[in-house]
Design a protein around this ligand. Sequence first.
Ligand SMILES: [Fe+2]
Ligand SMILES: [Fe+2]
Length: 190
Amino acid sequence: MTHLSPVETLEAEHRVIQKVVAGMVVLADRIESGGEIDVALLDRIVEFLQIFADRCHHGKEEAWFFPALARRGVPSYGCPLGGLTMEHQKGRQMVGEFSGAIRACERGEEGAREKLVKALRWLATFYPNHIWKEDYLLFPLAGKFLTPGDQAELAQKFEAVEREVGHEVHERLTQLAKELESQLYSGPNA
Ligand SMILES: [Fe+2]
Ligand SMILES: [Fe+2]
């Protein structure tokens, strides 16, 4: 059982996503300047975005957190919940494009490298913007709208999402964030 509040759990996941995004910026720079395209690493990033960022994190938000706020009076259409949900959908689509660009690079297609850089840069801009809106505009609403009972129920629902995905999968994907941080943008060579 987690000791974190629902908002603290979502915030902690944002910090993990930001670490992967910071790695993606470094990779985009390297690939743009003609560096190696490490397909295995890029595929691990796709898996992270699809499972950790989308299924686990956006899943908790869309299936439980946003509806809990809506039940307590936050409008479910427009700003903020409708807009954030649409951003999740756009993010999903762009992760698909990122994955497609990796396959195109593997096939040696013309323009594939540029496509890959574009997808990396789009996602590396999207996640921080989306996260900022949630951290500073959405999450403060939780304290105003959700009761202690709502919060306890959400914590249980979040735990159920984790169980369904598997704690070992969560750990493995969190490890990628640490690896990217230590190998790509921190330490003496950063
Ligand atoms: Fe979100
Ligand atoms: Fe989020």
